[in-house]
Design a protein around this ligand. Structure first.
Ligand SMILES: N[C@@H](CCC(=O)N[C@@H](CS)C(=O)NCC(=O)O)C(=O)O
Length: 198
């Protein structure tokens, strides 16, 4: 029994598709929406993505990326090393400072019931996201966030930047452009983007 990924590619499931493609793994992809019937069958929470590995069910994009990279020993520093501590610090920082901020804007634009949305929150999120994005890009250690190799936080950073573009947040810092061109030339990213488009 191999991997099964639940979740549409226009959600955080894209992150997992990208990782699976980078790792060159076979997987079944169930293109279900949040709270879809297939998703609920494996994860009552209904949130996507969810990864099934044999009998094991693993929700949460950050957890899944970490699981896959540890299991296959690629795109991560080894667990229990200082480098991994630093990498995880960047992972959690991106989730706190970018993912949560752009997601708050999205919730108040199209996710929450209309009566619960506060439109004024969006410009504040855009400003905060821009500040955080710039600071993170300024700390890039090499061709990729943590040095010479792609690691888990790169996948999160690039995905959050695509959501920021869709939310019409201010453009990314100048230094992000060359980095993104490097990302774009990766066959794993191209394969994931092609699945997302198709
Ligand atoms: N921290 C989780 C968040 C998962 C999440 O909220 N996913 C969205 C789609 S991108 C969803 O399923 N939303 C439905 C809901 O919140 O009930 C992750 O990174 O996977």
């Amino acid at each position: 029994m191999g991997y099964t990924l639940y979740g549409n590619t226009n959600t955080r499931a894209f992150r997992v598709v990208w990782m699976l493609e980078e790792l060159g793994l076979e997987y079944t992809h169930v293109q279900d929406a949040p709270h879809g019937e297939n998703v609920r069958r494996v994860s009552p929470l209904g949130k996507i993505p969810v990864l099934q590995d044999g009998e094991a069910i693993i929700p949460d994009s950050g957890a899944i990326l970490t699981y896959l990279s540890d299991k296959h020993g690629r795109f991560t520093a080894p667990a229990g090393t200082p480098e991994r501590g630093q990498q995880d610090a960047m992972t959690f920082r991106i989730l706190d400072e970018l993912d949560a901020v752009v997601w708050t804007a999205a919730r108040h634009t199209f996710v929450l019931p209309k009566e619960d949305r506060i439109g004024e929150v969006k410009p504040t999120c855009a400003k905060e996201f821009g500040r955080n994005f710039e600071a993170i890009c300024a700390e890039m250690k090499g061709d990729y966030l943590m040095g010479d190799e792609l690691t888990v936080p790169d996948i999160l950073l690039v995905h959050c930047s695509s959501w920021a573009r869709m939310a019409k947040f201010p453009p990314p810092p100048e230094s992000f452009k060359a980095y993104f061109n490097r990302i774009r030339s990766r066959p794993g990213f191209q394969a994931a983007a092609a699945k997302s488009a198709g």
